[in-house]
Design a protein around this ligand. Structure first.
Ligand code: NAP
Length: 283
């Protein structure tokens, strides 16, 4: 039987409608709506398309949203003082600096500078630390979206073997932590892992976050597995994931498509985080 497709697009639509209603209620209560500011440095086409989608999502749910564009030549000092301004601006609830940044800017310094309460990407080391020790934290958007997707399919993660391919700070590591918090037994694999397939074949939940088109092949997947494809790659001008979708959808139990899977849910999680940040700041 072909796998059930977990559509991030469909789920996002549903969650965004719910967010829209919450914004109306919050506006009635506080006379104010959440405000998200996205900072884009340079004009990388992929980054432009990501920030456009984020802005569009924010506007759709009724947030106030602003895109601040700065030239590639902006100095680190100038960018840091822009973040200071946004940190001090009470009307701003969430700040997102689109990555990657130009090489002359230290990305760690930029992330560290964003006020913890406004770090809606969940990348600030203190947010990451809070997540690790089980304290309240704004969760990183892509892994948060993954958990929402799995749960939306009515699946109970507890006790499952989760295998993550990729160990980046953005995706692999926080996905491992969130899955462990859901009581999965987690294995993180990477480019130095020996006999990768021996791990992936054991996965009830397989998360592919590598950045290589169709890297995960059908012989690496356990029948019935939940396959989450985070990868975004371009092949012959077309988007495709890290998972060899067609053959794997014949054997997996559940699968996320690319496009229309993890991508839209990442943005939806960002909107959820901005709403959460707004509520926390109003308390
Ligand atoms: P990244 O920082 O480049 O990390 C890639 C990971 O894959 C690394 O941990 C690397 O291992 C591992 N890897 C590379 N080759 C491998 C191999 N042959 N076998 C096993 N593991 C291997 O990438 P990322 O930021 O995590 O992103 C991963 C993909 O997800 C990209 O396509 C990105 O565009 C996409 N993405 C999508 C979204 C979304 O919203 N849809 C969000 C974020 C990222 P080492 O650590 O050993 O080098």
């Amino acid at each position: 039987m072909p796998a059930t497709v977990i559509s991030g697009r469909k789920l996002s639509k549903q969650i965004r409608e719910e967010l829209k209603e919450k914004v109306v209620q919050l506006n009635a209560k506080y006379g104010d709506v959440p405000k998200l500011v996205v900072v884009l440095v340079g004009d990388d086409p992929a980054s432009i398309s990501y920030v456009t989608a984020k802005e569009k999502g924010a506007k759709y749910v009724g947030f106030d949203s602003e895109l601040i564009r700065k030239p590639e030549s902006i100095s680190e000092e100038e960018l840091l003082s822009l973040i200071d301004e946004l940190n001090n601006d009470e009307s701003v609830n969430g700040i997102l600096v689109q990555l990657p940044l130009p090489k002359h800017i230290d990305v760690d310094k930029v992330i560290d500078r964003i006020a913890l309460a406004k770090d809606v990407d969940g990348f600030h080391p203190e947010n990451v630390g809070n997540l690790h020790v089980g304290r309240p934290a704004l969760l990183p958007c892509t892994p948060k979206g993954i958990i929402t997707m799995i749960k939306s399919a009515g699946l109970n993660i507890s006790g499952m073997n989760a295998v993550i391919v990729g160990r980046s700070n953005l995706v692999g590591k926080p996905a491992a932590m969130l899955l462990m918090n859901e009581n999965a037994t987690v294995t993180i694999t990477h480019s130095r892992t020996k006999d990768l397939a021996s791990h992936t074949k054991n996965a009830d939940i397989l998360v592919a976050a590598i950045g290589r088109a169709k890297f995960i092949t059908a012989d690496m997947v356990k029948p019935g597995a939940i396959v989450i494809d985070v990868g975004v790659n371009k092949v012959d001008g077309k988007l495709c994931g890290d998972v060899d979708y067609e053959p794997i959808s014949e054997i997996a139990g559940f699968i996320t498509p690319v496009p229309g899977g993890v991508g839209p849910m990442t943005i939806t999680s960002l909107l959820e985080n901005t709403l959460e940040a707004f509520i926390n700041q109003k308390k």
